[in-house]
Every structure is written in C-alpha cells, then in structure tokens.
Design a protein around this ligand. Sequence first.
Ligand SMILES: [Fe+2]
Ligand SMILES: [Fe+2]
Length: 193
Amino acid sequence: MDVLTVLLADHNVVLRILRSLERGRGLGETEQSAQAELVTSLVVAESGHEAVEEQYFWPLVRKMVPDGDVLADHAIDQEKAGKYLLQRLENGPIGSPEFEEALATFIPAAREHINFEQTRVWPLLREFCSTQQLEAVGEKMVAAKRLAPTRPHPKAPAHPAVQKAGGMTVAVLDRVRDLVTVRRNRQPSGPWI
Ligand SMILES: [Fe+2]
Ligand SMILES: [Fe+2]
C-alpha cells in the first residue's frame, strides 16, 4: 500500500470522527458518553497517525521534495499545536468550558492541517517520488502503525529518530495503560488491520 493510500485512510477516519463530534454536542448523559468515546477514538487515531508521519512521511518529504523542509516544519508545528489540544480534550471533563474551547479550536485546525497535507504536500510527493518509493515507505508505515503511541505526548520531540526510539517506549507504555483501560478497543479500524 503506498504512503498516500495509508494516510488518506487515516484522514478519512479523523474527518468522520470530527463530523460526529460536531453533530453529537449536547449536555445530556447519552451525548456526553458518546462524546467521550469519540474523543478517545480521535486521540488514538490522531496520535498514531502523526507519530508515523513524523517517523516516515516528513523525512521522505524533506529528502525528496524541493523546499520540503519548509513544508515539513510548517506541518509539524500544526501537529504539535494539535497534540496539545488533544491532550486538553483527553483531560476533559466533557462539556466543561475548557473542553468545549479545545474542541472548537481543534476541529477547524485539524481540517486545515489535513487540507495542507493533501493539497500542498501530497501532489509534490507524487511528482518527486517513484511508485516504488511510495510503496516501500507505505509498507513501513503500515507496520509502524501497529506499534504507534495511542496518546498525544505533546512534549515529546517530533524528530524521526527520537520518535523511532523514544516513541517506541511511550507506545509500549501507552499500550500497557490501554490494556488496563480497555482503550485498545477504541482504535479505529483501517485497511492495515
Ligand atoms: Fe499530519
Ligand atoms: Fe496527516
């Protein structure tokens, strides 16, 4: 599976969750428990996605695309800001002013970030990478997603080497916590599972 197919599947999952979060706002107990589940799914989906982008996608952009560093730096800044917001969503509590403010900031920011990647970066990657390159990195990303963190870790450096080494440690700790909290069940399904 090539890089962009893997990432598009992730983006579509995230966009679906964002639409559900927008629709499901309300103060009733049912709405709040549905929101809690959606937030967990969003955090799991986003955390794994951005970690794998940092490990494999942005290094490929930096290497292959002219001015790839500028594009990657901008996107990683957006991702970093997004992780802080995801952490605030995780902290909740659902329905509190802090939660609502974080959600109202996160939703448009996430759409803008996805749009930036898909319209500004992906066409250049298609232009400057061979099909074989896109396939080879895509396969690595599919494998890495199975071990990716399930929490945002906004303070962790986004450098690919740190992600591959330190990221693995936090991912293992995330998954131990997931077993305790049954959070693993909230991992959105994708074509790689
Ligand atoms: Fe991203
Ligand atoms: Fe992305």
